[in-house]
Design a protein around this ligand. Structure first.
Ligand SMILES: Nc1nc2c(ncn2[C@@H]2O[C@H](COP(=O)(O)OP(=O)(O)OP(=O)(O)O)[C@@H](O)[C@H]2O)c(=O)[nH]1
Ligand SMILES: [Mg+2]
Length: 285
């Protein structure tokens, strides 16, 4: 039987730890077993029970205080993650060999871990060897996504994580509860965006003649990958959390081996009923 994992990634402060604790509470409420592993060696606060904590293996503070290493916070973190990558047996010991388990990995926020360092890719390969089906969950703070040029840079970060990890990836816009109704309306166009029409954006940053070709090439690249859908995540909305979880489960085929569901007669799109719920307005309009 396969095992299931979500690699919860995203820039610093994007809401990774909050996402994990929200999902744990949600799982409890719907009677599902989901566990979390903290992979952030610099983590100070998180309010979920952990099945394993990287800080038991190595802590950033210890690395920074070491006189022979003399790292700052970011170098220290990279050192910790490389140490972790050469000690995966620690993780194996903590995870055990439970079939069919479902684990969230709360990762650190340093973006270079997902773009050009090999550590996360090594982790993915190791998990796959342990029969995990891994889904990348890339979180971006919705507060920073309400303008086109910020959105494009957020998408590029998500895209480079996807390309370097080579696993299914679900992108999520967090902190939707903090947006004003006006911003909420504004952000809808970013959930399933049309990159070319975004270039017509009124902001001078995107319309600058000097960079027009580059902007067009970037928008084209994003469009080609057609992976730029974002799911909204509002930690106060159970229905929305459920939809996010269904998307991720779908991408790692969670539940397929568990039970067979008879399609309901009134289902027009069996098994896919929630899939496009958020984008339905756009599809219809
Ligand atoms: N209102 C609201 N606040 C949120 C939400 N998600 C995160 N926050 C807040 O944003 C801050 C950062 O959230 P974290 O969950 O610690 O973010 P993180 O990505 O784990 O941060 P690092 O581990 O430091 O990279 C905290 O103060 C959270 O309370 C959300 O959905 N809604
Ligand atoms: Mg965190």
């Amino acid at each position: 039987m396969p095992r299931y994992a979500q690699l919860v990634m995203g820039p610093a402060g994007s809401g990774k730890s909050t996402y994990c604790s929200t999902l744990i509470q949600h799982a409890e409420a719907i009677n599902r077993s989901i566990q979390v592993v903290n992979l952030d060696p610099a983590a100070e606060h998180f309010n979920y029970p952990v099945m394993a904590d990287i800080r038991e293996l190595i802590q950033v503070d210890d690395v920074m205080e070491d006189d022979s290493l003399r790292f700052g916070p970011n170098g220290g973190l990279v050192f910790c993650m490389e140490y972790f990558a050469s000690n995966f047996d620690w993780l194996e010991e903590n995870l055990g060999h439970v079939e069919d388990d479902y684990i969230l990995f709360d990762c650190p926020g340093q973006i270079e871990l997902y773009t050009h360092l090999p550590v996360m890719k090594q982790l993915v390969e190791q998990l796959q060897q342990w029969e995990f089906r891994v889904c990348g969950v890339f979180l971006v703070d919705s507060q920073f996504m309400v303008e086109s040029f910020k959105f494009i840079s957020g998408v590029m970060a998500a895209l480079s994580a996807m390309v370097s990890l080579e696993i299914p990836q679900v992108n999520i816009m967090t902190k939707m509860d903090l947006l004003s109704p006006k911003s909420k309306k504004e952000i809808e166009k970013y959930l399933d965006p049309d990159m070319y029409s975004m270039m017509e954006d009124s902001s001078s940053t995107l319309r600058s003649k000097k960079f027009r070709k580059l902007t067009k090439a970037i928008c084209g690249l994003i469009d080609d990958y057609s992976m730029v859908r974002f799911l909204p995540f509002d930690r106060t909305d159970d229905e929305g959390i459920n939809i996010v979880l269904q998307h991720i489960d779908f991408s790692i085929q969670y539940g397929e081996d568990l039970e067979f569901k008879e399609p309901k007669e009134d289902d027009e799109e069996p098994g896919n009923e929630n899939y496009d719920e958020y984008f339905q307005d756009r599809v219809d309009s």
